[in-house]
Design a protein around this ligand. Structure first.
Ligand code: PEP
Ligand code: MN
Length: 279
């Protein structure tokens, strides 16, 4: 909270830099309801699936497995923000169709990334939650346009963004009319080379002190390493995350994108069992 002077009344009052998403003392935390699945204020959401939708068979197998393990949301990228233009860019609309069909078939809801303002309507036709990727957290045209739709947004933290910038990005969406926002801590870039990103779990309680919005943790992009997914998922839950998003594939070694950080459907099943047993 910033203390500012109110010149008209010549007294000081408190103005939040994020009036739409802040957590005033009297106000309860947000619960976002997505097709009868809830997240926030004690409701935990598990999102799982492959980095990219690779084929109809692959996403159906993934959906079947994660549903049996107790996840509620199927993820899969159809428009992939790859560092190299020569890497697999995703299946585009075909990928969205496969994702949607797989989610429906297994009574899941689904999330996929939208990279460009001009694709919002297309992506929104097929998914229940639209994801803004880390590289687009500062894309203000995209944030403003997503504020004008009536679907939940999963906003990932920019890999070099402060908490303040992260919350302001969410405020852009809310200020434009859409306050169904789920924040996602996905790791930031530091000097450490051992992990792909530095998963900043302090973001969870810090953001929860400042904002009423739910915040989930993505240990897959946050670490870049299969072996770290289980411990960091448990750590995310321990520090109060409202959900997790984990990359899962029936044959992780063969995954076309982010193979090193993707766990098998069996490992995911085991992890979900452990999580449920300790809660
Ligand atoms: C993703 O979730 O597939 C992704 C590309 O994540 P990020 O934007 O966090 O890198
Ligand atoms: Mn990925």
């Amino acid at each position: 909270m910033q203390k500012v002077k109110n010149p008209q009344k010549n007294m000081s009052c408190e103005l939040s830099p994020y009036p739409k998403i802040s957590l005033p003392k009297s106000q309860a935390r947000s619960i976002i309801n997505i097709q009868d699945r809830k997240i926030g204020d004690g409701y935990f959401l598990s999102i799982a699936g492959s980095c990219a939708v690779e084929s109809e068979e692959q996403i159906f197998q993934t959906a079947s497995a994660i549903q049996k393990s107790g996840a509620q949301v199927l993820r899969g990228g159809a428009f992939k923000p790859r560092s190299s233009p020569y890497d697999f860019q995703g299946l585009g609309e075909k990928g969205l169709q496969y994702l949607h069909a797989a989610a429906k078939n297994y009574d899941l809801i689904c999330v996929s990334e939208v990279m460009d303002t001009s694709d919002i309507q297309l992506v929104a036709q097929y998914v229940d939650i639209l994801q803004v990727g880390s590289r687009n957290m500062h894309n203000f045209s995209l944030l403003k346009a997503l504020g004008k739709i009536n679907k939940p947004i999963l906003l990932k933290r920019g890999f070099a963004a402060t908490y303040h910038e992260f919350l302001l990005a969410a405020e852009y969406i809310a200020h434009n009319g859409n306050d169904q926002i789920i924040l996602c801590e996905r790791g930031i870039r530091t000097f450490e080379q051992e992990t792909r990103n530095c998963l900043d779990l302090a973001a969870v309680p810090v953001i929860q002190e400042k904002s009423r919005l739910p915040i989930i943790v993505d240990p897959s992009h946050g670490t870049g390493k299969r072996s770290l997914i289980a411990p960091m998922t448990k750590a995310a839950i321990a520090c109060g995350a409202d959900g997790v998003m984990i990359e899962v594939h029936p044959t992780p070694d063969a995954a076309r994108t982010d193979s090193m950080q993707t766990i098998s459907t069996e490992s995911f099943h085991q992890l979900m069992k452990e999580i449920n047993a300790s809660n």
